[in-house]
Design a protein around this ligand. Structure first.
Ligand code: KG4
Ligand code: ZN
Length: 347
């Protein structure tokens, strides 16, 4: 049996998933519990911050209990608590952080802060079961589309990000335009399989630009014009057949993937890296995974994409907290959450 000192409770509540996991110091995930709020936000087509925060409040303690129970551990077995403190919705972050602080104080164990976006990349390290850095890291989620140069598990330099919508957010908003359910990514992926990805030549922002930036709002508007006509509401809705919607979904998905692949290639080239780590909810997309594999083969790149369970939001990936703990980077009980992403001065 592993010793008492080897287990960390990790908590994630940055957006709309309330999650807890028990992870040992060798990064084995003993349990990973996720309470999704999808059904609460579905009718709004996106996450409503106040509803999310209130739902976290109801779910956080049962989720922690279940994580402990599934791992067959008790609070007394914990060596430390790792909690996502940034970035995210402030009300949501505060719920997880308050639970974590309280437990750390009562149990008198250290507290470590986890950056949610970096944890998405760390999921690749966990899935690989070995070191993967240095690498270029791409996080594609509902809140972020970020490229990093990762020289170590805690050393992430932000190379570029989106100037407007995140890739996942674009999936969600376009799904809403197409009348598809939230979350939009899986809905669009399913429908895109029935459509023609070359039906519409949607815009690919920053294509001929060396900057590692993304923009998806023009793409979203281009979809709007196809569905509603230009100016909007000119198109007869009767002409928007299921095949039209499938073609738009496929062409939209292709445009997003093209841009993601191109920017990864540019980042790998600019930083002379041979390894690419991809994380975040959009990395669950099978077409994207296919194209990433193609990139790996064509360019001789080593590619890491976590299994689906580690792509979308979860607390297991907050095992990056072990890296902080091993370096003595604990945080005091009077520290606070940081809702925004701290951008590197380069961008
Ligand atoms: O990482 P994540 O679970 O939460 C955030 O940190 O935002 O990502 C959620 C996002 C949503 O926008 C969702 O539509 C997108 O990931 N997503 C997908 C797929 N599955 C989830 N996007 C494209 N294809 C998918 N299969
Ligand atoms: Zn996420």
């Amino acid at each position: 049996m592993p010793a008492k000192s080897e287990f960390m409770l990790t908590l994630e509540s940055s957006c709309d998933e309330t999650a807890a996991a028990i992870v040992d110091a060798d990064l084995n995930v003993l349990s990973s519990v996720i309470a999704t709020q999808e059904e609460l936000h579905q009718k709004f087509g996106g996450v409503v911050p106040e509803i999310a925060a209130r739902a976290h409040l109801h779910r956080i303690l049962p989720v922690i209990d279940e994580a402990l129970k599934k791992a067959n551990k008790s609070l007394a077995d914990l060596k430390a608590i790792g909690v996502v403190t940034q970035p995210g919705l402030v009300g949501s972050l505060l719920v997880g952080f308050t639970a974590a602080k309280t437990l750390a104080m009562v149990l008198d164990i250290p507290l470590v802060s986890v950056n949610h976006v970096e944890a998405h990349i760390y999921a690749c390290r966990m899935a690989a079961g070995r070191e993967v850095f240095p690498a270029i890291g791409l996080v594609v989620s509902g809140g972020h589309t970020n490229l990093y140069d990762c020289t170590g598990p805690l050393d992430f330099e932000l190379l570029g990000s989106t100037t407007d919508d995140a890739a996942g957010e674009a999936f969600d908003k376009v799904a809403s335009l197409l009348g598809l359910p939230y979350p939009g990514g899986p809905s669009i992926e399913k429908l895109a399989a029935l459509g023609n990805p070359r039906a519409h030549a949607f815009p690919r922002s920053y294509w001929h630009d060396a900057r590692l930036e993304f923009s998806f709002s023009g793409l979203k508007t281009a979809v709007l014009y196809v569905i509603q006509g230009q100016p909007p509401h000119r198109r007869d809705p009767a002409t928007v057949t299921p095949q039209v919607i499938a073609d738009v979904a496929a062409s939209f998905q292709e445009a997003v993937i093209d841009v993601l692949i191109r920017k990864c290639r540019q980042a790998l080239h600019q930083r002379n890296r041979r390894t690419l780590c991809v994380g975040g909810g959009v990395a669950a997309n099978r077409r994207l995974r296919e194209e990433l594999q193609k990139l790996a083969t064509q360019d001789g790149i080593e590619i890491h994409i976590p299994p689906l369970s580690l792509c979308t939001d979860n607390a297991a990936m907050a095992a990056i907290g072990w890296e902080a703990l091993n370096r003595g980077l604990t945080i005091p009980l009077d520290s606070d959450v940081v809702p925004g992403l701290v951008r590197s001065p380069r961008v």
